[in-house]
Ligand binder design. Structure first.
Ligand code: SAM
Length: 265
């Protein structure tokens, strides 16, 4: 991973997917980027992730502050417009494609698998992470970023949301997963209501619970039919469960507990 201030060379050609992350806390990403699939994808040159510390664009060259009190009063601090606009413009110039600029926002477009696939088709993404009370409105007015939300709740900052985007997007980059079929057969991938069938591995029986006979049969046609049916059954149970509980996100029961998996009728 490269970590930049304002002094990196400009206009690198984009040959692999490039994701730039603008954050006040680049260190949050280090452990995450160095593990598992993402570490391998970066090592194999399938994706390039470049972190940019917003403080490098602070007009305050002594304390590198980028926030200030809100006009009109109120709690918390607001991220100033100048460092953000100057940072984004400089980062856009660092490669030969300006990229799709996304700002992490609790009230933005909800991230779903369809949007993830669209984002994965882009050669370059720039992810702008907020903190404190968020950005001065003029950041939106001048840069027109696309606001993206990972759910209707408020995080302390956009870094976790940016990691969610990176994590879901890289699954669609050819070569990242061992088997190209994996992401295409994931829940939500074929259509927004698709739910993957139940999966089992060894042992064939545990505490009286047996793996469905058909999965041990070696009959590929019967296995395919069983999976299709199980997938439909789960999608329907999920639909009924969401309708019954009718919560904003559909992931909590009235008692505040997570639903059983799959939700029971
Ligand atoms: N005061 C803001 C409001 O009420 O909308 C919330 C600011 S939040 C504490 C700080 C930053 O976290 C936001 O600017 C955004 O970048 C990020 N953030 C918080 N919740 C998020 C979510 N659900 N999805 C994406 N980003 C989120």
């Amino acid at each position: 991973m490269a970590l930049s201030g304002s002094a990196l060379p400009l206009r690198e050609p984009v040959q692999v997917m490039r994701i730039d992350v603008i954050t006040l806390f680049p260190a949050i990403f280090t452990g995450y980027l160095d593990q598992s699939l993402l570490a391998k994808a970066r090592k194999r040159g399938l994706v390039q992730i470049v972190l940019h510390d917003l403080r490098a664009w602070s007009p305050d060259k002594k304390h590198f502050k980028v926030d200030d009190r809100p006009y009109g009063g109120g709690p918390g601090m607001v991220i100033r417009v100048e460092p953000v606009v100057e940072c984004v413009e400089a980062v856009q110039r660092m490669a030969d494609v300006p990229g799709r600029l996304l700002v992490m926002s609790p009230t933005g477009r909800p991230l779903d698998q369809q949007l993830v696939r669209q984002l994965a088709a882009s050669p370059r993404l720039i992810l702008l992470c907020g903190r404190y009370e968020g950005f001065d409105q003029r950041v939106y007015d001048l840069l027109h970023p696309e606001p993206i939300s990972i759910g209707p709740y408020v995080l302390n900052g956009g870094e976790v949301a940016a990691m969610v985007i990176i994590d879901s997007v890289i699954r669609w980059i050819p070569g990242v997963l061992g088997n190209e079929e994996s992401c295409r057969s994931d829940s939500f991938s074929q259509d927004p209501h698709f739910v993957k069938a139940a999966q089992y591995t060894r042992p064939p029986e545990y505490r009286g619970l047996k793996v469905p006979e058909v999965l041990l049969s070696g009959d590929h046609e019967q296995i395919r039919k069983w999976r299709e049916e199980d997938s439909r059954r789960r999608a329907e149970l999920r639909r009924q469960w969401l309708a019954r509980h009718d919560t904003a996100c559909g992931n909590q029961t009235e008692e505040g507990r997570a639903p059983p998996h799959p939700p029971e009728s």
